[in-house]
Unconditional design. Structure first.
Length: 644
């Protein structure tokens, strides 16, 4: 579950009966005609109100922008101007709006009669994307139904609090994040047919079609009813849906009043009330197939309702182990392919960008284990095979460093890497800390920086003051070592519940300057090194099983990848959010989508990326709060682990 507060990110939309702000744009252009159909399950919805909105970019939590003009449509209410659907569910918007290039636009259909009588609970969404962008042709046809609603709700989950508030801060990074988020809907469902996809349009991603259809069936159980909400003695399908899809996933959360907001809430709380939600499909049947059984017999209930896509290619074709992962400012995912001895790049939509053999710097990259992006967008890779660090162009992956990489400075078998505000590169490996300038010159001595009890460093993070924190996995010292920006050893710290039984395999710093580290448990330290997590057991409540990486999202929530086939999430206070077994994600062709996760990162759209050990990289759509990327930008601008 994410904390979204009265906040949301930059270009997504959700409406429920509150007045929306009019569009204010310096250079608006006349919109293209939009035609479509609104269906509840397989039935047309007659008399539904269809609104056209853009995500707000003035502040998180701001209301979505209503684009239609009441003078043109002849219809408006407290939500905004709208057009009505006809007897076959069809609607037409004849260019009765203006929008600005780059605005993120979506449709919201509310109410109407799906056949069982007028419904005041039916809310459906469909994402159009960039105004005047590729998805806006001369005449756009859109199919709005429960599948398109699920695709929209998960895609812009990180920017939405409900169906009327989708927004962001409007910064350049936020605009990139929300644009990528809106575009993710095209990986989940067809805009023109309203059908869940099995494969992404780029043909290298496997989409959990059955999970999307099952979620759509849960919404259809309410949409295709009269929308009455009676209970709990004799609960209707809408009552069951809404009371199990609250804003925080529990009985203490806000109960939604339309199915679009319910879908957003499920995306925010994908492990909550699975059995109760599944009962809706069992009660009314399936409008969309193929779907999950969603019953306790046979394979049982799904472990969670996360939506994740597994991507192949970009060097992940033979040996693969995505041991390190980093997200650049454009939302591209870069992976250090340890077994493949290459570096791989995927677009924000998961399309393979690097060649089939990955980027290799002329064949000199050997067993890379860690990767980071600097403020110029260049890519730095810790090369364990030759005790070196390579620098690649963030544009085309070409080598910037010499053939043998940058060497010296006590660099040895580095498995961790971080970049400070000045662009210096810090590496973790062996019994010393290594530092290189942005030009690749070793700044640490030939033996590296020693002291502060550093013995066997596995990972490193830079705080807002420029200090380098190292996590250590030595049996003699399982703790943290702190160095000043000049390389002076400052102190070592232990405790917080971590013991030496499991190596430290991840470290991160949150917006308050607290240090998080994962070993056989999750530990939290203040910026002064005081252990904040319990001495006995650290933070528990969800699985830690051979941890391989740690990431912190824009709400300060902590994510851990487990080689034991799951990912785990905690709040910034240390409360477990993911279930006891972690998020396992959907199954693909009968097999778990996660197989030996090796690394984890969060992007500016709120997606969680996992380097898998089965020749795939997995993207959990909208599972987290968007965060400033790359991490080096957060370090330089003092926006570590904050929303863009």
């Amino acid at each position: 579950m994410r904390t979204i507060a009265v906040d949301c990110l930059a270009l997504f939309l959700f409406l429920t009966g509150c007045a929306l702000n009019p569009t204010a744009s310096p250079n608006p252009a006349q919109g293209a005609a939009i035609h479509g159909n609104v269906h509840g399950g397989q039935q047309p919805i007659v008399g539904a109100h269809v609104y056209l909105f853009a995500a707000n970019s003035t502040a998180y939590g701001a209301a979505s922008l209503s684009l239609l003009n009441a003078a043109d449509t002849g219809n408006s209410d407290s939500i905004g101007a709208y057009v009505l659907t006809g007897s076959d569910g069809s609607f037409t918007i004849n260019g009765d709006y203006t929008c600005t290039a780059g605005q993120q636009v979506y449709l919201y259909a509310f109410g109407g009669n799906p056949g069982a009588g007028a419904s005041s609970a039916a809310g459906l969404l469909a994402i159009l994307g960039n105004c005047l962008g590729p998805s806006f042709s001369t005449s756009t046809f859109v199919w709005i139904n429960e599948v398109s609603t699920v695709a929209a709700a998960y895609a812009f989950s990180g920017f939405a609090t409900d169906a009327t508030h989708v927004s962001s801060s409007g910064t350049a990074l936020a605009q990139v994040g929300i644009q990528n988020a809106f575009a993710n809907a095209t990986n989940l469902a067809s805009l023109s047919t309203g059908a869940a996809l099995a494969t992404t349009p780029a043909l290298n991603g496997t989409v959990p079609q059955s999970t999307i259809n099952t979620l759509a069936n849960l919404l259809a159980a309410c949409v295709n009813s009269t929308g009455t909400i009676t209970g709990p003695t004799n609960p209707t399908t809408c009552y069951t849906l809404f009371n199990n899809a609250t804003s925080n996933g529990t009985s203490g959360g806000t109960v939604p009043s339309d199915t679009a907001t319910a879908a957003i809430n499920i995306a925010h709380n994908p492990a909550a009330n699975i059995a109760n939600l599944c009962s809706l499909q069992a009660a009314v049947g399936a409008a969309f197939l193929p779907d999950l059984g969603c019953v306790s017999t046979g394979n049982g209930y799904p472990p969670d309702f996360t939506i994740a896509i597994a991507f192949t290619g970009a060097g992940f074709n033979s040996n693969n182990s995505g041991y390190g992962i980093s997200i650049d400012a454009s939302g591209n995912a870069w992976l250090a392919n340890w077994l493949g001895s290459n570096v791989d790049k995927f677009s924000p939509l998961g399309a393979a960008i690097s060649p089939s053999g990955g980027y290799t710097c002329g064949g000199h990259i050997s067993s890379p284990k860690a990767i980071a992006i600097d403020n110029s967008g260049n890519v730095w890779v810790a090369n364990t095979g030759t005790n070196s660090v390579f620098e690649l162009s963030g544009v085309d992956g070409s080598a910037i460093s010499p053939n043998n990489g940058y060497t010296g400075g006590g660099l040895f078998a580095a498995s961790g890497i971080a970049i400070d505000a000045s662009g210096d590169v810090w590496l973790a490996g062996g019994s010393a800390a290594a530092e290189f300038s942005s030009s690749g010159t070793a700044k640490s001595p030939s033996g590296g920086y020693s002291g502060a009890n550093i013995t066997s460093a596995t990972s490193v993070a830079i705080d807002a003051s420029g200090n380098a924190w190292y996590a250590d996995d030595s049996s003699g010292f399982a703790g943290l070592s702190k160095f000043s920006n000049s390389g002076s050893p400052l102190a070592s710290y232990g405790g917080g519940g971590i013991t030496s039984s499991t190596p430290y395999m991840g470290i991160g710093i949150d917006a308050s300057g607290n240090i998080w580290a994962v070993g056989d448990t999750l530990a939290k330290f203040s910026s002064a090194g005081t252990a904040l997590s319990p001495t006995s057991g650290g933070y528990a409540g969800t699985v830690i099983s051979t941890p391989t990486g740690l990431a912190i999202d824009g709400s300060g929530n902590v994510w851990v990848s487990n080689a034991g086939v799951s990912i785990s999430e905690w709040s910034n206070s240390g409360a477990a959010i993911s279930p006891s077994a972690g998020y396992k994600g959907p199954q693909v062709s009968g097999s778990p989508i996660l197989s030996g996760p090796e690394s984890i990162a969060v992007d500016g759209s709120g997606d969680v990326w996992v380097g898998n050990s089965n020749k795939t990289v997995v993207e959990f759509i909208g599972a987290a709060t968007p965060v400033v990327t790359p991490i080096a930008v957060g370090v330089k601008n003092n926006t570590i682990a904050t929303r863009p």
